[in-house]
Write a protein that binds this ligand. Structure first.
Ligand code: APR
Length: 307
């Protein structure tokens, strides 16, 4: 393949993203993890599926960053999940150290790469990567909104028994309890869902979207990976193919939506230069207030960062 994507973290999300990138023949993949044997073993297993799945992209696993050299995009999924008894601050401190270390190691070999952050807490880890890399916001953004809106799209498609391809969903804000799904911009074949579903049903979809991560954790006792991997691969695809696709991503706002110096989920245009534009829409006073609350929650996390 002409292009290369490095995926750091060969766990559930990282390995599934690597598999999808290769199967779609978007790029060659370098898969990196600290656990000896895991990225190598998963890469070999995936390559052994290639003759059957019919893809010619290469996946190479490693514990160091030599194989990552010359990457166009770096996806960072490395981190630890929150364990019982672990405070939010402890999680931030641990994952902050991991994300900072990954950025310092990957960037020298791929000075032109675009960084897509997946590690949680997402908005704070984007800020860690931005501070450590010192890259402009065009090249450091995070995956959350594509996942949240994909979940909402599935709930809408399921409720109306229509093709998922007919659905669009609009989600703003931080990744978590303060996210702001916007039903009036969520559509089925162009028709806003408030014209298709009763208010109680929409409220239930909004709540389920907001709690989407927790619903999976309750079932699996670990966090989701199929939909998160799909979401990050859609972003990788938009960048590698210079699609100029408008997708909800965690972006470093510089005055847009009345917010400054904070990562927040907003619609952005993704292309070869990365985040090429933040798309602004007029919000109602209630929506603005909800977005402000979301930004406050993200800023609170920024305050405990050490980088
Ligand atoms: N360098 C490289 N890899 C690392 C490092 C590091 N410094 N530290 C941890 N890892 C690896 C782990 O060894 C593990 O294989 O990151 C991987 C994380 O994988 P999982 O634990 O399976 O987590 P996953 O479900 O993939 O989620 C990854 O995305 O959605 C978020 O909250 C989630 O932060 C988490 C991330």
């Amino acid at each position: 393949m002409k292009q290369k994507v490095t995926v750091v973290g060969a766990g559930n999300v990282g390995a599934t993203a690597a598999q999808r990138i290769a199967e779609k023949e978007l790029a060659d993949v370098a898969l990196i993890d600290i656990i000896p044997g895991v990225p190598q073993g998963k890469s070999l297993d995936m390559m052994e599926s290639a003759p059957v799945e019919k893809f010619d992209a290469r996946i190479v696993g490693a514990n160091d960053y030599d194989v990552a050299k010359g990457s166009d995009v770096v996806v960072i999924t490395a981190g630890v999940p929150r364990k019982p008894g672990m405070s939010r601050d402890d999680l931030v401190a641990t994952n902050e150290g991991i994300v900072a270390d990954v950025v310092r190691k990957v960037l020298p070999g791929s000075p032109d790469a675009i960084l897509i952050i997946v590690s949680n807490p997402l908005d704070a880890m984007c800020e860690v990567a931005r501070r450590v890399s010192k890259l402009p916001r065009e090249r450091v953004f995070g995956m959350a909104g594509v996942l949240d809106s994909a979940r909402m799209r599935w709930f809408i498609a399921d409720a109306l028994n229509v093709s998922v391809e007919n659905t669009h969903a609009f989600v703003l804000g931080g990744h978590g309890d303060t996210m702001v799904p916007l039903p009036r911009f969520s559509t089925v074949a162009g028709i806003p869902i408030p014209e298709l579903l009763p208010k109680e049903k929409i409220d239930a979809i909004v709540k389920r979207t907001r709690d989407g991560g927790a619903e999976i954790v309750n079932l699996l006792k670990t966090s989701a990976w199929y939909a998160p991997a799909s979401a990050v691969v859609e972003m990788v695809d938009a960048v590698l193919k210079d699609k100029k696709k408008i997708l909800p991503c965690a972006a470093y706002l510089q005055g847009e939506y009345g917010m400054k110096d904070v990562y927040l989920g907003v619609p952005v245009k993704l292309g070869a230069k990365g985040l090429e534009q933040v798309v602004e829409i007029a919000l109602t006073p209630e929506e603005k207030q909800a977005l402000g609350k979301s930004a406050d929650a993200v800023r609170e996390l920024f305050r405990i960062l050490k980088v």
